[in-house]
Write a protein that binds this ligand. Structure first.
Ligand SMILES: C[S@@+](CC[C@H](N)C(=O)[O-])C[C@H]1O[C@@H](n2cnc3c(N)ncnc32)[C@H](O)[C@@H]1O
Length: 255
C-alpha cells in the first residue's frame, strides 16, 4: 500500500493525464483548468440531493465512469457495491489511482456500454451521464441499459442542443399532418456528421424534449428533472411492449 503524499499524488496524477475529471485528491486537483470549471463537482451539486444520501445495501453501476468522480461519490454514500465501467484504459487507470488515494473499495472494469449484458447483474442505481451523445447508436444503448442492468434508478445526462421547450406531443398524427415536426419543442436528435466542439466522438445532440422522449421510450419514468440536462428515472416496463430494439435471444441460428 503506497503512503501517498501531495508530492507523489501530484507526480502520479501528472503522469496519468490529461484528466477530464477535476478530482480533489487530498488537495491535489487533477484538472484545475477545466473548460467547464470545477467539473464535474459543479454539475454534481445540481442533482446531488435528488439521489438517496444513504445507499447502504444498494449497488451502483457508473457507465462511462471516466476518472471515477461519480463512482467514488456513490461509495461515499455507503453503497455496498460500486462498479465503474469505461472503454478507455487511460481513464480507467486514472479512476483506479484516484480510488486508491481516497481509500475507496470500488471496482473498475474495461467495458463498452453495448456489452453491459455480459455483466449478468442488475444494479439499484445506474449512472449514464455524459455518454449518450458519444454513441453512434444511442437508443440501442439505452435499451440495453434498461434490459440488462437497471433494477431501479437511472441517473441520466446528455449534452443537449436546440430548444429547451417540451412540446405536448400527441400519441399519433394523420399522415398529412406535419407541422408538429417543425415545433422547436418536438423531440429532435441532431446528427453530427463530422465534429462538434473539435470532438469527433460527438455523434448526436438531442434537444431536451428528445432526451425525455428517448428515456420514456426505453422504459424509464422520469421522477425528477433537477436541471435541463439531468433526468432521474425509475425503471418501468417498456412502452413498446415485448418487441423493442433489444430482441429477445432466439437461441441462435436454427433455433
Ligand atoms: C464526457 S465523458 C463523461 C464522464 C462522466 N460520466 C461524467 O459525466 O463526468 C464520456 C465518457 O464515456 C466514455 N465512453 C464513451 N463511449 C463509451 C462506450 N461505448 N462505452 C463505455 N464508455 C464510453 C468515455 O471514455 C468517457 O470516459
Amino acid at each position: 500500500m503506497t503512503a501517498w503524499t501531495q508530492d507523489t499524488i501530484r507526480e502520479r496524477a501528472a503522469s496519468l493525464g490529461p484528466w477530464f475529471h477535476n478530482l480533489n485528491l487530498r488537495g491535489v486537483h487533477t484538472a484545475p483548468d477545466h473548460f467547464l470549471g470545477d467539473f464535474p463537482a459543479v454539475k454534481w451539486r445540481s442533482f446531488a440531493d435528488d439521489i438517496p444520501h444513504d445507499l447502504t445495501g444498494r449497488s451502483v453501476l457508473d457507465i462511462g465512469c471516466n476518472g471515477g468522480f461519480y463512482t467514488m461519490e456513490m461509495k461515499r454514500r455507503g453503497a455496498d457495491r460500486v462498479l465503474g465501467i469505461d472503454f478507455d484504459d487511460d481513464y480507467l487507470a486514472q479512476a483506479r489511482f484516484a480510488a486508491e488515494v481516497e481509500g475507496l473499495d470500488v471496482e473498475f472494469r474495461r467495458m463498452s456500454v453495448y456489452d453491459v449484458g455480459a455483466l449478468g447483474e442488475k444494479f439499484d442505481v445506474v449512472f449514464f451521464i455524459g455518454v449518450l451523445y458519444h454513441l453512434r447508436h444511442p437508443l440501442l444503448a439505452l435499451d440495453l441499459v434498461h434490459e440488462h442492468v437497471t433494477r431501479d434508478l437511472l441517473v441520466f445526462q446528455s449534452m443537449q442542443r436546440g430548444a429547451n421547450a417540451m412540446a405536448a406531443v400527441k400519441p399519433d398524427y394523420a399522415f398529412w399532418e406535419q407541422d408538429h415536426f417543425d415545433d422547436p419543442g418536438y423531440p429532435k436528435l441532431h446528427f453530427i456528421e463530422h465534429e462538434y466542439a473539435h470532438d469527433n466522438t460527438n455523434w448526436w445532440a438531442p434537444n431536451r424534449a428528445c432526451s425525455a422522449a428517448m428515456l420514456r421510450s426505453a422504459g424509464y419514468e422520469i421522477v425528477s428533472h433537477p436541471e435541463e440536462e439531468i433526468f432521474i428515472c425509475r425503471h418501468v416496463p417498456r412502452q413498446a411492449g415485448e418487441y423493442g430494439a433489444v430482441y429477445p435471444s432466439q437461441g441462435g441460428a436454427g433455433a
